[in-house]
Design a protein around this ligand. Sequence first.
Ligand SMILES: [Fe+2]
Ligand SMILES: [Fe+2]
Length: 239
Amino acid sequence: MSKDGVEWRWSCFRPWEAYKPDTSIDLTRHHEPKVLLDKIAYWTVKLLRVPTDIFFQRRYGCRAMMLETVAAVPGMVGGMLLHLRSLRRFEPSGGWIRALLEEAENERMHLMTFMEVAKPKWYERALVLAVQGVFFNAYFLGYLISPKFAHRVVGYLEEEAIHSYTEYLKDLEAGKIENVPAPAIAIDYWQLPADATLKDVVIVVRSDEAHHRDVNHFASDIHFQGMQLKETPAPLGYH
Ligand SMILES: [Fe+2]
Ligand SMILES: [Fe+2]
């Protein structure tokens, strides 16, 4: 049951997981890559953008759906590794396990939303399978070797995500992509008005990405200062 007593229609999230996103978040914040590790992270992401741009061009609905299948991986991997570390070392995580798992869950909800707008074709599903196999393992290894680097990569990936969603918005505003009504699942998850449109959905998703950007750059900064994540309380409570 939801707050107003209506039967809850979603099985992928519960009423208490719905939230109002912070759309006033700064979209332009950028972490200047000064040290070598940051530069490698930055250029890794820039390089990954080239094949993505070639493959999707300006098909932003499709692009968003496909990229969200990747975006939901790092939070789960990082959260899982911190969870295991906490168990091994008999120590608390400072809330970081939950923060990263929340990110993974939020990204998965982005996917559930964009699935309503763009239906994946069989070859896209095959691509997701291959990319997940590679990306999960690469990120897993990367996080084991250097969480500092892994979080920085995600920070930059999120900066790119903000850029892509801004381009998506431009095409929606220019009428190149039809501004269809928002999927029902998005209206319930982000507590949007009943007459919300795809444009409103893209705006709230983009502010989620800006939040992930800040969380991940922050996590990397903590490591850069030679500290463990658990020494600094995690930014919880956004979702
Ligand atoms: Fe996302
Ligand atoms: Fe994200």
